[in-house]
Design a protein around this ligand. Structure first.
Ligand code: NAD
Length: 359
């Protein structure tokens, strides 16, 4: 099968990842890169990759069918639109852009030109996320009422463009978009009714260097997302709880542990004696009323993203990350910023057309 001719605009950290992938890909053939910084072009050449001397030169190469945009967040719209207008299909790095208005302009050009356009939501292939999706579906925990997703680092916000507001910096755009997209993939059977978000500014007053976001879904289910950059102990990566069980993934290298209740209410509760008194309500359950099962790490290959997209370009598949999903993710981010700005819960109109079920 003929490989798809590909190019990458922006040869930094993530652009480097895309080119390394394309060089060994079964579906892509890397034609070259363009970077605004001549040092990056020289680096690409030293790695045996053609560096086009201008974006126009890259976009006028007829052997390129697919352009991946891996530049800072504020520049995705302009570059993606130029690429689609030049007849290229486009993958934008995440976040696809910095506002719903901007995203709608990009989608409009995709429709006008007939070129495909998507965003690289590569963390849909993370094993921890896939196990949590499975736990949610499993029915082991009764009625689920809470899903928590956390990423807590200790190194602060990076000192590059990620700390600058008008470059699309901040952790909501950086990690938040992954965790929001995943949350909507796990809880894929109900609509969001409201959003509440508190941003942190521990070392950066311009952009959020962490945040706590609650998504209130129909039926009383709350999805809680946290990103932090100053945590020297990290809380579990995922936690889910229902009326008869809980699931946890402590670390993204772990499998998912699900504990579920086999005998409720317990016949006999042994109270716990604490220094200040006793409690039955909070006493741990006896082991014979609980069963632990494990959801094993699935096989997952992030390169299926490109396999799907190159097929979609040939009209043989539907792109995994759809425009409706992109719009819904972006609307959640906008609602999060608004909630933080107004210091209150924001109601959310969840009408994004097609069924937002993530692969
Ligand atoms: P980076 O700073 O390492 O690299 C950006 C590169 O873009 C630089 O080499 C810069 O010179 C170049 N550039 C800037 N403006 C340009 C322009 N107008 N035209 C051409 N080149 C230009 O940043 P990064 O960490 O590689 O992030 C790039 C994008 O990838 C961001 O949108 C980021 O959110 C995303 N990203 C995604 C993931 C993921 O897991 N999906 C991980 C990291 C970064």
């Amino acid at each position: 099968m003929k490989k798809t001719g590909c190019a990458v605009i922006g040869y930094g950290g993530m652009g480097g990842w895309h080119t390394r992938y394309m060089l060994k890909s079964d579906v892509c053939e890397l034609k070259g890169i363009y970077d605004i910084n001549p040092e990056k072009s020289a680096l690409a050449e030293s790695n045996g990759i053609r560096a086009y001397s201008s974006r126009e030169e890259l976009l006028s190469d007829p052997s390129i069918e697919l352009v991946t945009v891996a530049t800072p967040n504020d520049s995705h719209e302009e570059i993606a639109i130029a690429a689609m207008k030049a007849g290229k299909n486009v993958i934008s790095e995440k976040p696809v852009t910095v506002s719903l208005e901007s995203l709608d302009r990009m989608i409009a050009v995709s429709k006008q030109t007939g070129k495909l356009f998507t965003v690289h939501q590569n963390r849909r292939w993370d094993c921890d996320y896939r196990m949590m999706k499975e736990a949610y579906r499993s029915g082991l925990m009764g009625r689920i009422f809470g899903v928590e997703s956390r990423i807590q680092g200790s190194r602060g916000i990076p000192g590059d463009w990620r700390g600058i507001k008008n470059r699309g910096g901040g952790m909501i755009y950086d990690w938040g978009i992954h965790l929001i997209d995943q949350m909507l993939g796990i809880i894929n059977d109900r609509k969001i009714e409201a959003v509440y978000c508190r941003c942190e500014h521990i070392t950066n007053s311009e952009v959020d260097d962490g945040f706590k976001l609650d998504l209130f879904f129909e039926g009383g289910l709350v999805g809680h997302i946290e990103v932090g950059t100053h945590h020297f102990y990290a809380l579990p990566r995922f936690y889910m709880t229902g009326t008869s069980g809980s699931a946890v993934i402590n670390d993204w290298r772990d499998r998912c542990e699900v504990i579920h209740c086999t005998d409720s209410p317990e016949a006999q509760v042994k109270p716990v004696i604490t220094a200040a008194g006793m409690t039955k309500t909070m006493a741990p359950r006896s082991e014979d009323t609980m069963k632990t099962v494990y959801i094993e790490r699935p096989d997952s290959d992030v390169h299926d993203f490109y396999r799907n997209y190159t097929k979609a370009i040939r009209g043989e598949a539907v792109q995994y990350v759809t425009h409706a999903q992109m719009r819904r993710d972006m609307a959640v981010m906008e609602a999060a910023f608004k909630s933080d700005r107004l210091s209150r819960k924001i109601s959310f109109k969840d009408d994004f057309g097609e069924d937002p079920i993530a692969p």
